[in-house]
Design a binder for this molecule. Structure first.
Ligand SMILES: C[S@@+](CC[C@H](N)C(=O)[O-])C[C@H]1O[C@@H](n2cnc3c(N)ncnc32)[C@H](O)[C@@H]1O
Length: 394
């Protein structure tokens, strides 16, 4: 009866005899975890010729479980730097299997190789307001200098401040902005978007109004802009706070005329593509960087009343920002809202020791942000008026 430990011990010997034994064991009917260890131990042996012969013989055309192929691929990855035959085998395996896991392993290996050469990115230390179209203004922000993006983009043409000629033009614009956000966002950090389906105004009673499921379409836009899906949080509002759609049906009770009141919005949680686990992002902080609040949201439904604002027709509530900041950023992180509106994220960020980076195209709203949301205080509470709008990096 073989154990993983026994195979490992055999692998560590690295003698021609131990390699003989491992190659013989590979042909036996063994449990998969033992067999995987056999492949791994063969891969660690010094005799490159025999290891190469083994992988090139077994990796193709045999009905081995993929777990064994992954182990053979790992051998190729780690030997490819010193032996070009393994580089060639590595490419053959990628082309032969066209498989997501192999692709990820390959990218992770490349990332590990480049990690030591990479320069650390700068950090933003003071609040920033960029006035103008964020697709352009964001170009002033250095690569990977922001640690969270949270935004509520225009909901297509639902409000007077947006006027896209078509829905596809709107989605294309979101794609360009999200790509730019991805450039400034640190690898592996979160991109969080608040949207809900909208209905556009109809030009007359004879026309049907069109309802757009924006969050379904933004999923594709986000994945094509360099992020992957993590979670959907549902923001639930009290029913009396939303526009009434149900009273018609209540009166007539006519099937097909049913229109429920929409009391939810989507909080789409995505992560910027990268080849490493979240642990690596968290390692940049000390063990004391933790949130001690006791009231944790344990489900993906967050019950929060919406907010009306005298200055802006579509603000999100500060409480929503508070929760997003608390779960997806650390103190001193730079947090970006490319569609800042009245700057609600900036206000919450300031109160929670994060550094707001806000973009707004409408000058009136930008003025509100400047006077009310940023408040000219930097993350340590120091008056920062003089440095405001400057990009401070350390
Ligand atoms: C849904 S509102 C955001 C409201 C914000 N969350 C708040 O709490 O005040 C979207 C905002 O994006 C702004 N906006 C639209 N297109 C923009 C663009 N290309 N660049 C920057 N801001 C833009 C609009 O003027 C509007 O204020």
């Amino acid at each position: 009866m073989y154990t993983v430990e026994a195979i490992k011990a055999l692998g560590k010997l690295r003698t021609p005899e131990s390699l003989d034994t491992l190659l013989t064991l590979f042909d036996e009917a063994l449990p998969i975890d033992i067999k995987r260890e056999v492949v791994s131990s063969i891969g660690r042996h010094n005799d490159s010729n025999r290891v190469y012969e083994f992988v090139s013989r077994e990796a193709f055309g045999k009905a081995h479980p993929m777990e064994l192929i992954y182990q053979m691929f790992r051998t190729c990855l780690y030997r490819s730097k010193e032996d070009s035959r393994f580089q060639e085998l590595r490419e053959r395996i990628i082309n032969h299997y066209h498989n997501e896991v192999i692709d990820k392993m390959n990218k992770y290996y490349d990332y590990r190789q480049s990690r030591d050469r990479a320069q650390p990115h700068g950090r933003i230390t003071g609040p920033i307001l960029l006035t103008g179209d964020c697709e352009e203004t964001l170009k002033q922000i250095p690569d990977e200098s922001v640690q969270l993006v949270f935004t509520s983009p225009p909901y297509y043409n639902a409000r007077e401040y947006s006027d896209y000629t078509s829905y596809s033009e709107y989605l294309a614009k979101m794609g360009r902005v999200f790509t730019e956000c991805g450039r400034v966002l640190e690898a592996g950090r979160f991109m969080i978007v608040n949207v809900s389906p909208v209905i556009t105004k109809r030009p007359g009673r004879e026309f049907e109004s069109i309802r757009y499921p924006i969050h379904y379409d933004l999923h594709r836009v986000l994945t094509e802009s360099g992020y992957y899906f993590v979670d959907e949080i549902i923001w639930v509002k009290p029913e009396p706070s939303v526009p009434d759609r149900i009273s018609g049906y209540k009166q007539t009770r006519k099937p097909l005329s049913y229109k429920p009141n929409c009391i939810t919005e989507s909080i789409m949680v995505y992560r910027k593509n990268c080849s490493f686990l979240l642990d690596r992002n968290m390692k940049n902080y000390s063990e004391y960087d933790r949130c001690e609040d006791e009231d944790i949201d344990t489900s993906n439904c967050w019950y929060i009343a919406p907010k009306a604002d005298k200055n802006h027709p579509a603000v999100f509530p500060e409480e929503l920002c508070r929760r997003v900041l608390r779960y997806y950023s650390f103190e001193r992180d730079a947090v970006l809202d490319p569609f800042a509106g009245s700057g609600t994220l900036g206000r919450a960020a300031r109160k929670m020791g994060r550094v707001p980076v806000l973009c707004e195209v409408n000058e009136d709203y930008a003025e509100i942000i400047e006077s009310e949301a940023l408040g000219y205080y930097d993350v340590r509470g120091r008056n920062n008026r003089a440095h405001h709008k400057q990009i401070t990096i350390w």
